[in-house]
Design a protein around this ligand. Sequence first.
Ligand SMILES: [Mn+2]
Length: 425
Amino acid sequence: MAEFQFIHAADLHLGAPFAGLRQDNPRLAKMADDATYAAFEKIVGLAVARKVLFVLFSGDIYDADYPNLKAQLRFRDGISQLDKAGIQSCAIRGNHDHGGSVRAQLEFPSSYYEFAPGANEPYYIYHNETPVAAIYGYSYPRRAVTENILRHYATRPEDQKYFRIGMLHANVGGDAAHDNYAPCSIAQLKEIEIDYWALGHVHQAKVLSQTPAIVYPGTPQGLSPRENDEHGCYVVTAQEHRCKMEFVATDSMRRIDLQYDITGISSEEELLRSMEELLLRQRETIQHPLIARLDLTGRGTLHRSLQTAGRLQEIQDYLNQQTAGDPFLNCLQDATQPDIDLETRRLENNLLGDFLRLCRDAKNDEELQRKVLLELAEVCEHSVVKDALGLRGHAEQQAWLAEQLPRWLELAEIQGADLLLEDAS
Ligand SMILES: [Mn+2]
């Protein structure tokens, strides 16, 4: 079996919005609108530059049941570009672009193959008129495929001579942050004679196993606020039944979460200067338009100043002006503490001491937190909140809330303590 290369991408979500971006930077807003297309076009460019044999798209090419025509045309154009370069392509449908979603009638080149919804025959990839890879795939006939679908991947003995690929859109290993569609385990995948599991659905790149390869490439462009690391696809070099994977970033905008500790900072001048330096330093390491979130932490005299109404917004606007929005400070949050020792105050026999002890108990009370999470989940179902948060689906929302809750409890404690201290002074 001759060596060959292919690209494995998934979850393009073409046309999906880049969630939670402040709209006061027109340059970034335009880039954000285009971000999913830009990532797809980078995949196409990469395939042409590397002269790969074929490209795989493991589901969720489109974001919605009624994908817009623009998304479909951009995808078709990219596929045509691959075709002109002699590169084949192959796709399955996931929960977002399932068989029930409505598509325009567009003509795709014959080098593009899409597995029909439901059970399928394997599809063969040819190199110099000889088949080299057998691809098994299943496309979602409907959004919620909640059963295990591995029976559709039973390999044929006669395909043993080829590199065998399973294109599977599924939640492998019960990732709680993603809807539990087509659930299965790594052990179950290993029982099937597949050399490369080309997975889709989970939005973070992950290699679950080397041999056989079990791989999530993730979304090629991070979209939700939780998708704040590098995003891309895999270039795979296959030989015999083994392969090497190389991750290549394809995102054109990246979110970054920063922290700044105010401990020891004594003036606003010093705070602004060092925050600006922190932001500008990010340019040196990551060559992307960066969308930054910055949390102010630590304990210090500036805590009081940061509580002034509108102050965070003023700081944010000033810094964006100083850096010309590169990086763009999209969100500035204050989690600083007053310049007092809360642990000592917690022991005091007074109202503040009582309040701080209640806060500590709440932080350790799992039952209470469970109830709070249920209430918050209800608030999140409100369409305005849903849009503002930009989290994809119920599972991601749950994961996000559970991540945020400890921080919110912390902030509630500090704000309560501030109010009580103000009353006392
Ligand atoms: Mn999916």
